[in-house]
Design a binder for this molecule. Structure first.
Ligand SMILES: *[C@@H]1O[C@H](CO)[C@@H](O)[C@H](O)[C@H]1NC(C)=O
Ligand SMILES: *[C@@H]1O[C@H](CO)[C@@H](O)[C@H](O)[C@H]1NC(C)=O
Ligand SMILES: *[C@@H]1O[C@H](CO)[C@@H](O)[C@H](O)[C@H]1NC(C)=O
Ligand SMILES: *[C@@H]1O[C@H](CO)[C@@H](O)[C@H](O)[C@H]1NC(C)=O
Ligand SMILES: [Ca+2]
Length: 599
C-alpha cells in the first residue's frame, strides 16, 4: 500500500515537472512557404478542383489569415518576411534577384533566424533562398541559419536540380542545390519529396531540449528551372484526372504533392511528440502566374491580376497559423508579411524589435486583442513604375500597369471532364486529420469547417470586366476592398479626400524607397566555368563602382486638387502647431507678448 502511494507520488512529481518543463519551453516553429501558389489553388478558399486536405485541416483547426498581404514576387516578399521591413527600404523590391545579378538583402540587416538563434533556437532552412547569393556573405548559413539544404535562385528543375537563366542573351545552366556551402551531387527523385524528406529528417534528429525553427521553403508549385515548366511527381497527376485542362492538371499535381508534404511534416512532428508545442505556419510567397513570366497555370481567381502586378491576385496571399491551443477562426485584420518577425519574436518570448515596418500581431490573433495594423504598403516597384497602398477598407494603385496582366486570368482552368473527388472524405482521411485525431484528440468538425470555408470563400463574384479601372499616370484607381475585393468599382472620382489622403501617404513612402537599377547581369556568374555548378561570383569585399541613384518621379501627375489638399493640410497643421506652442508656453508667452500691447 505504502509502496503504491510512494509510487503515485513520485509519478505525480515526475509528470508535473515534465509538464513544467514543457510549459516553460519556447514553442517550436515550423514555417512552410509555397512558391507562387494562387488564391484559388487551395480548397479551404473554395477551390473545388484542386484538393488540399492536409493544408485545409490546419486552416480549419487554426487561424485563416483572410487579409494576408505579401509583396508581389519572391525576393521582395521573402526579404520582408526575414527582416520585418518593406522591401523598398532594402533595394529588394520589384523583380526577383536574377542568378547573374550581384544583389541581396544588405548584410547590415539582421534576419529572423539570427534573432531566433539568439533566443536559443536551432535554425534550419530547407528549400529556396533567393534573397542573395552573388557573394558568400549573403548565404543563409551566414545570416542566422545553422544549416541550409536547398537552392539559391528563383527556381530549379524538379528532377535535375538545375537552374537555367538567360544572362545578356546567353543561356547559363548549372546545378543549383547545396548542403550548407557545398553543392550536392547524386541527388535522386522529385524535388518536393527531397525537401520534405530533409525536413522530416531534421525533425527526427532534433534534440528537443532546444526549440526548433524549421523554415521549409518549397519550390512547388513554381514553374521549373527554366526550360521545362510543370513537373509534378507522376502519381500526383492521377489524383487530378478530373481536371480537363492539361497544364492545369500538371499544376494541380504539383499542389497535390505539396499538400502531401504538409501531412508528412505534421506526422513527423507528432511522431517526435512535439506537435502539441509547435506553431505551424503555411503561406504562399505571392500569387500565381496563370500567364506571363514563370507561368505555372495557377489561378488567383476571383482576384485580379497575376504575380508581379499591384493587383490583389499578386499580393493577397494564402496564410494560416496552426497551434494546438489556438481557437479556430478567420482573422480579418490586415496582416503583412513583415509582421512575421515581430509576431514570432513575441511567440518565442523575445524582445520587441525596433525600427521595422512589421507589427506584432500575436496578441490580436491569439487573445483577440485589438488589431494594431490599419494600413500597409502593398508594393513599390520603381522599375516598372507603379505602387499600391492599403489603409482601412481602401486600396489605392498608381502607375501604368499593362492591361493584359490586370484582368481575371485562368477561367479556362476550371473545366472538368469527370467527377470531382468527394472533399469530405479527403478531409477525414488525410494525414493531418488522422494525426490530429490520434495524437491530440482533435476531431475535425466538418460543419464548422464548411462555415469557415464559406467565410474565406469569395462570394458574389461577377466577372464584370466592362468598366474595370486601369491606372495611368494621370489617374490611379481607388477601391473599397472590404466591399469590393475584386477591384471592380473605382471610387477615384467619388472619394476625393480619400484619394488625396492616400496619394499623399504613398508619395511619402515613395520618397523613403531605396531606388533600384535595371539588373546588371554579370557574366562571371556563368556556371560552365565551374563544372556547371552555380556559385558565388563576387568577393565579399569587392566594391562595385556604381553611381548613386535617385528615385524616379512618383508615377502619378500632381493635380490641382492634390495641391489644394496639401496646402489646406499644412495650414491646418500650422494652426495646430501655433495653438500647441501658445498653450505650452502659457504664462511666459502672455508675459512676453504683453509688451506688444503696451500702448
Ligand atoms: C540534448 O541536449 C542536451 C543539452 O545540451 C544534452 O544534455 C543531451 O544529452 C542532448 N540529448 C541528446 C539525445 O543528444
Ligand atoms: C502584355 O503586353 C506587353 C506589351 O504589349 C507584352 O510585351 C507582354 O508580353 C504581354 N504580357 C502578357 C502576359 O501577355
Ligand atoms: C456554404 O456555401 C454554399 C454555397 O453558397 C452553401 O450551399 C452551403 O450551405 C454553405 N455552407 C455552410 C455551412 O454555410
Ligand atoms: C467599405 O465598404 C464596407 C462594406 O460595404 C462598408 O461597411 C464601409 O463603410 C466602407 N468603407 C468606407 C470607409 O466607406
Ligand atoms: Ca514566388
Amino acid at each position: 500500500m505504502l509502496i503504491k502511494v510512494i509510487y503515485f507520488v513520485t509519478l505525480f512529481m515526475v509528470t508535473n515537472s515534465e509538464k513544467n518543463e514543457e510549459e516553460n519551453q519556447k514553442p517550436h516553429i515550423v514555417f512552410i512557404v509555397a512558391d507562387d501558389l494562387g488564391w484559388n489553388d487551395v480548397s479551404f478558399h473554395g477551390s473545388d478542383l484542386i484538393m488540399t486536405p492536409n493544408i485545409d485541416v490546419l486552416a480549419y483547426e487554426g487561424v485563416i489569415l483572410n487579409q494576408y498581404y505579401t509583396d508581389t514576387q519572391g525576393t521582395s516578399s521573402i526579404s520582408a518576411l526575414f527582416t520585418g521591413k518593406y522591401p523598398m527600404r532594402l533595394g529588394t523590391q520589384g523583380a526577383s534577384i536574377s542568378a547573374c545579378e550581384d544583389r541581396g538583402i544588405p548584410i547590415s540587416e539582421r534576419l529572423l533566424p539570427a534573432y531566433l538563434q539568439e533566443l536559443g533556437y536551432s535554425t534550419h532552412l530547407v528549400g529556396k533562398w533567393n534573397v542573395g547569393k552573388s557573394r558568400e556573405h549573403y548565404l543563409p548559413t551566414l545570416r542566422g541559419f545553422d544549416t541550409f539544404y536547398g537552392f539559391h535562385g528563383s527556381s530549379v528543375d524538379y528532377y535535375t536540380y538545375n537552374l537555367i537563366e538567360t544572362c545578356d542573351g546567353k543561356e547559363f545552366f548549372g546545378l543549383n542545390f547545396f548542403d550548407n556551402l557545398d553543392s550536392v551531387q547524386n541527388l535522386r527523385g522529385h524535388l518536393t519529396e527531397i525537401i520534405t524528406d530533409e525536413a522530416v529528417q531534421i525533425i527526427r534528429e532534433h534534440n528537443t531540449s532546444t526549440p526548433l525553427y524549421l523554415h521549409i521553403s518549397q519550390a512547388s508549385p513554381h514553374a521549373g528551372g527554366g526550360l521545362v515548366n510543370l513537373q509534378p511527381p507522376v502519381e500526383s497527376i492521377a489524383a487530378n484526372e478530373h481536371i480537363a485542362h492539361s497544364a492545369r492538371r500538371l499544376y494541380a499535381g504539383q499542389v497535390t504533392s505539396l499538400d502531401r508534404s504538409v501531412g508528412q511534416i505534421v506526422a513527423a512532428l507528432a511522431e517526435k511528440d512535439i506537435l502539441q508545442n509547435t506553431i505551424i505556419l503555411f503561406v504562399s510567397d505571392n500569387g500565381a502566374a496563370p500567364i506571363g513570366h514563370s507561368q505555372n497555370f495557377g489561378s488567383n481567381l476571383p482576384l485580379r491580376g497575376i504575380k508581379g502586378t499591384p493587383w490583389e491576385g499578386a499580393a493577397r496571399s494564402i496564410g494560416l497559423i496552426w497551434q494546438a491551443a489556438i481557437s479556430p477562426k478567420v482573422y480579418d485584420g490586415l496582416f503583412h508579411v513583415s509582421d512575421w518577425l515581430p509576431t514570432l519574436m513575441n511567440a518565442a518570448g523575445g524582445n520587441i524589435v525596433k525600427g521595422i515596418d512589421g507589427t506584432n500581431q500575436w496578441d490580436a490573433i491569439i487573445n483577440d486583442e485589438e488589431i494594431k495594423r490599419n494600413d500597409l504598403l502593398i508594393t513599390i516597384d520603381d522599375l516598372n513604375g507603379w505602387a499600391a497602398f492599403r489603409e482601412g477598407d481602401f486600396k489605392i494603385i498608381v502607375g501604368d500597369v499593362p492591361k493584359n496582366i490586370s484582368n481575371y486570368h485562368g477561367k479556362e482552368f476550371d473545366a472538368t471532364r469527370s467527377d470531382v473527388p468527394t472533399y469530405e472524405t479527403l478531409l477525414y482521411e488525410c494525414d493531418t486529420a488522422r494525426v490530429l485525431r490520434e495524437t491530440l484528440n482533435l476531431i475535425l468538425d466538418i460543419d464548422l469547417a464548411f462555415i469557415k470555408r464559406n467565410e474565406s470563400v469569395s462570394a458574389n463574384f461577377a466577372d464584370n470586366i466592362e468598366n474595370l479601372c486601369y491606372p495611368t499616370k494621370d489617374k490611379g484607381c481607388l477601391f473599397n476592398i472590404t466591399e469590393d475585393p475584386y477591384e471592380q468599382n473605382d471610387l477615384w472620382y467619388t472619394s476625393h479626400d480619400v484619394v488625396r489622403h492616400m496619394t499623399l501617404r504613398l508619395r511619402t513612402l515613395w520618397t523613403e524607397a531605396k531606388p533600384r537599377r535595371e539588373p546588371q547581369l554579370n557574366l562571371r556568374a556563368d556556371p560552365s566555368t565551374n563544372n556547371y555548378i552555380w556559385f558565388s561570383f563576387v568577393e565579399n569585399d569587392e566594391v562595385t563602382d556604381e553611381s548613386p541613384l535617385a528615385m524616379p518621379t512618383f508615377p502619378l501627375r500632381v493635380s490641382l486638387g492634390e495641391v489644394q489638399y496639401l496646402v489646406n493640410l499644412n495650414l491646418g497643421m500650422l494652426k495646430n502647431k501655433m495653438n500647441d506652442y501658445i498653450t505650452s508656453m502659457g504664462e511666459s508667452f502672455v508675459k512676453s507678448v504683453k509688451g506688444l500691447f503696451a500702448f
